[in-house]
Design a binder for this molecule. Sequence first.
Ligand code: ZN
Length: 355
Amino acid sequence: MKAMARSKRTEERTWLGQVTDVALQQAMRDADRAYQNYFASLRGKRKGRRIGAPRFKSRKDHQDSFRITGRSNFAVRQVSKQRGQVKLPRIGWVHFALSRALPADPSSLTVIREPDGRHYVSFVVEAPARMVPAPVHQTAGIDLGLNHLAVIAHDDGTSSTIENPRHLKKKLRMLATAQKELARREKGSANRKKSRIKVARLHRQVRETRLDHHHKLARKVVDENQVIGLETLSIAGMARTRLAKSIHDAGWGILVRLIEEKAAEAGRTVARADRAFPSTRMCSACGALGEKKPLNVRSWSCACGATHDRDVNAAMNLRNVAAGQAETQNDCGGPTSAAPVPAGTGEAVTTPAAA
Ligand SMILES: [Zn+2]
């Protein structure tokens, strides 16, 4: 840390002296870890995706945060049901709105300033394991779509369609308008700053609205079903196609993650269909494989006489995977596989690998 102490004395870095050493030291440790991960990745000693070099972040960026670890460096107390206080080095006690009571003493905290000027504090807490609820007997299959957020198929042959919440759509429209306005404003002007804050606020509202909705949906699905069939989407791959915007808007990745987290907590199982699993073109009634279905084909009939809504049929097939009953008709192996498979385009229907 000596280099930093020296650095602080140079004129262009005197601002480092304005903040607590604890935050600076943590930033140094984080940077060190980032470089270690990067070098380990370069040498092939780190599993998973290639990791890029740490990127420089300006202190003038609009999203700021600092982390404090070590119980001796901060203090936290609850002052009422909905209010807490946190003692930060160099700053002192700060009030905050408590979203829920802390289940135990936190081991670290992060203070975040959002682009719209709001401050948040989040704590890392070791929580006691929750009781695993009694098993249930239902299974479900979930098809994530563009027209609807999701279609859920149930054991009794019925399905429910989950729309994106209307207030989310409204916020998204408002965000689009605000972004256009921001693009027209002159760089460095006061109006541009106002526009920027407006866009940032809408971004946050969209994110919070979506997260809240997804949490509730994931909770319901996990509470009601023992095994949940999901397709394996290559969201990173799909994001490069023109479908990218809708996919990000739908927030599929977040929903899938929430379902997996809650399922793990509740002792429920998520059955992931293989990337090559033909959820769209397989008939959920007889298991026959139909033609590849372009995105504009909303419904189709099978030779067996069954007529299918595209999304409901896909959800039914994933329900069959969940129930361990899917008849596999493709050459690429079984319908369920927990092992990650490289590359693939899911249902983007832009490559022959698609359903
Ligand atoms: Zn059929």
